[in-house]
Design a protein around this ligand. Structure first.
Ligand code: 3HC
Length: 682
């Protein structure tokens, strides 16, 4: 028997009131939704015909949490805490029925409910830390009471969601409902109706173990120190959870609230929330309509079975898309195939992939030695040697082999896509898909649109990126596109700084101190100093050339700018130091003390200047796109929002003034912004 929602905000089935969160696309807990919940929950509690209440999400999930777009304004009543108070005051059990995602405030809502049931597909998490925040609606107090402190810390500090089955195993979910979730939740609610209500806030048993273990939080803090480096939010998360153990519930909530407000008003969270929205904005192409038809990609061809080709192939295999991988030599092909298998086997050994999934993925891979094997592919990506003549020759041949309508893509990191496209009779089907190494791990994909690339090819590439779990940023053709072009600007300065008086380890220390995962010279040693170097063309005029001439190619030869031991631990190299001093002297430079501030400014501001040029030239369509590239492709610290976001925090005026002080060029856009007080992000 079912009654209609009417004005009460709920429907009733068999004495169970069903209150629905219905606010597409993700049921974010906006003011309107909070008002609806408070009203409906109160009404259901007051209705004598109702014995229990079910809270369920409409659409693709339960709730994506608090409405992040409201964070820049003062909180509007009813707050999420007000809604939770209504649940806590309810005389009837409230059952949260979870499917899709229950994240952040959404999970905090569910945690306040008396019970939680979930569909097998549900994902439950408190991802606030990824936005530079902590769960601010009682999550740090209620989750430890439900699952215990250690499991709660893992979820809150990592921000990673857990599956329904894991949630059931740790006690977060009371029942997994395989079939109709709503019907299952109503049946569950009927079973528990009338039983004594045990509010989450009153549960203390799971806190006992932590109360008896005085060193727990300190141990957790030191074990994770590296992971937390530079971030403010994880420490605040820990402190809040510690409050759950040490303080009465209301005081714990008050402390959590204070920490939340502090983080919310800080620069790190502003940067991380900006990064969240920037990533989503990057997926939207200003001049291509959302309904632009896309091409079906049922089979992908990859040319090159090296590190790059293999890594790219894995992305598609992971997504269940068959891959034909072509390599010129049999042993290189076999090596590439074996590397892919080894990668999967290692993941399986760590328990992150089922053995049968390894077989399924390997079963989708067909290695071959002839380009003809690519004839029926819908997309072919080349990952061969970075040399224009090689690429041109290859594309010319592919044009004659691969079926009409298929996309031909180059993984080039620098070269002109238009020049490559011109060797085919289908330039409108040619595009750049610049993956970052290791390609199966790095999230960034620069999608390089040529002058003639068809909108449907762009739309297909952007959509495909999402299918394979990449963050795509659409860029136009220039040398090095967005990422590597800006990187070159930084590398030029790094190379000059070491001749002026700094040492590579000084430059690296300053940049890692800023939050980069590695500095320019550590990066060069890792990538290989011999990249693009040949003995025949070497002039011995640069430090890099001198090191290469001495056989010091970086990590792989045990030495480059640094010396490496067997375990790849690095120490500053006296050989590199000698080479630097020699070249400095040879160029007639008087070495001087270079301050850390100079290193930072000379490395970062020219990058920002290059970013301004990239914007002015229309290579990137938005400053935030540039930031998405740097966060996801180069490890720019997310809590600093990306180079263009960072530029806004410094101010264009200061940047221009410092660049001039170093006698470095400034772009017209940056100059204009400095004059007019402009910002990259409005
Ligand atoms: N608030 C406002 N808007 C949100 C949102 C949120 N919490 N979550 C998603 N959106 C928006 C996105 O910006 C996007 O908008 P657009 O279409 O205009 O670009 C739209 O919803 C769809 O989002 P996605 O494209 O990301 O859709 P997916 O299906 O790929 O992913 C999701 C859905 C997993 C919910 C993902 O959006 C996500 O991770 N959201 C953020 C979750 C989160 O961090 N929640 C915690 C919020 S903070 C909080 O709850 C504080 C509390 O403790 C007090």
């Amino acid at each position: 028997m079912q009654s209609d929602a009417g004005t009460s905000g709920f429907t009733t089935t068999d004495g169970v009131a069903v209150v629905t969160l219905d606010s597409p696309p993700v049921n974010a807990l906006s003011k309107a939704l909070r008002s609806h919940l408070a009203t409906a929950l109160r009404a259901a509690d007051a209705d004598p015909a109702v014995r229990a209440i079910v809270l369920i999400g409409a659409g693709r999930g339960f709730s994506g949490g608090a409405d992040i777009t409201e964070f820049n304004a003062p909180p509007a009543a009813p707050t999420l805490h007000d809604v939770l108070d209504v649940i806590d005051a309810s005389g009837k059990p409230v059952v949260a029925a979870l499917h899709g995602v229950a994240l952040g405030g959404g999970l905090e809502l569910a945690l306040t409910c008396t019970y939680r049931v979930a569909a097998p597909c549900a994902k439950l998490g408190l991802p606030e830390v990824k936005l530079g925040l902590l769960p601010g609606a009682g999550g740090t107090q209620r989750l430890p009471r439900v699952v215990g402190v250690e499991a709660a810390l893992d979820m809150i500090v990592s921000g990673d969601p857990v599956s329904a089955s894991k949630a059931q195993a740790i006690g977060l979910v009371d029942e997994v409902v395989p079939g109709d979730l709503k019907a299952g939740a109503i049946a569950f609610a009927n079973r528990v109706a009338g039983a004594t209500i045990r509010r989450t806030r009153d549960r203390d048993d799971k806190l006992e173990a932590a109360r008896a273990d005085a060193g727990l939080f300190d141990r957790y803090r030191s074990a994770n120190a590296r992971r937390f480096r530079g971030f403010e939010a994880p420490a605040a998360c820990l402190k809040a959870v510690q409050g759950a153990v040490e303080l009465p519930f209301n005081d714990g909530v008050a402390q959590e609230r204070a920490l939340f407000v502090q983080l919310l008003s800080g620069e790190q969270s502003a940067a991380q929330r900006y990064a969240f929205f920037s990533e989503r904005l990057a997926a939207k192409v200003p001049d291509i309509a959302d309904d632009t038809p896309t091409l079906p990609i049922k089979k992908v061809g990859i040319i090159g079975a090296g590190t790059m080709g293999g890594g790219i192939a894995m992305n598609f295999l992971n997504a269940g898309i068959p891959v034909a991988m072509v390599e010129a030599r049999a042993e290189a092909l076999e090596r590439g195939r074996a590397t892919i298998r080894r990668n999967y086997d290692n993941t399986a050994k760590k328990g992150r992939l089922k053995p049968e999934d390894v077989e399924t993925r390997m079963g989708l891979l067909s290695p071959g030695l002839e380009l003809e094997a690519l004839a029926d592919c819908d997309l072919v990506i080349e990952a061969v040697f970075e040399e224009m003549s090689v690429k041109k020759d290859l594309f010319g041949r592919l044009d004659g082999i691969v079926k009409q309508g298929a996309i031909l893509a180059s993984n080039t990191s620098y070269l002109n896509i238009d020049e490559i496209a011109a060797t085919t009779a289908r330039p409108e089907h040619v595009i750049g898909l610049h993956f970052f190494s290791p390609a199966n791990v790095m999230r960034l994909l620069e999608v390089v649109r040529g002058a003639k690339t068809d909108p449907s090819v762009v739309a297909t590439s952007m959509q495909l990126a999402k299918t394979i779990g990449k963050v795509a940023v659409l860029v136009r053709v220039c040398h090095g596109f967005v990422g590597n072009r800006m990187l070159s600007a930084r590398q030029d300065q790094a190379n000059t700084l070491i001749l002026d008086g700094a040492m590579p380890w000084d430059v690296d220390r300053v940049l890692t101190g800023f939050g980069m995962p590695m500095g320019p010279f550590q990066m060069a040693d890792l990538a290989g100093l011999d990249l693009g170097w040949t003995r025949e063309r070497s002039t011995g005029q640069t430090v890099r050339e001198v090191l290469c001439e001495a056989g010091r190619f970086g990590q792989k030869t045990g030495g480059g700018f640094y010396d490496y031991d067997e375990a790849r631990n690095r120490t500053p190299s006296p050989v590199a130091e000698r080479a630097i001093l020699d070249i400095s002297a040879h160029e007639g430079r008087t070495r001087r003390t270079v301050t850390d501030q100079e290193i930072l400014e000379r490395c970062l501001y020219p990058m920002i200047n290059e970013g301004a040029k990239i914007l002015d030239e229309g290579i990137a369509s938005r400053a935030s796109d540039i930031d998405v590239v740097w966060i996801n492709g180069y490890g720019w610290p997310i809590y600093r929002g990306g180079p263009m976001f960072y530029a806004d925090t410094v101010g264009a005026g200061t940047i221009v003034e410092r660049l001039r002080a170093y006698e470095l060029p400034t772009s017209p856009l940056l100059d204009r912004m400095a004059r007019e007080g402009g910002r990259f992000n409005k």
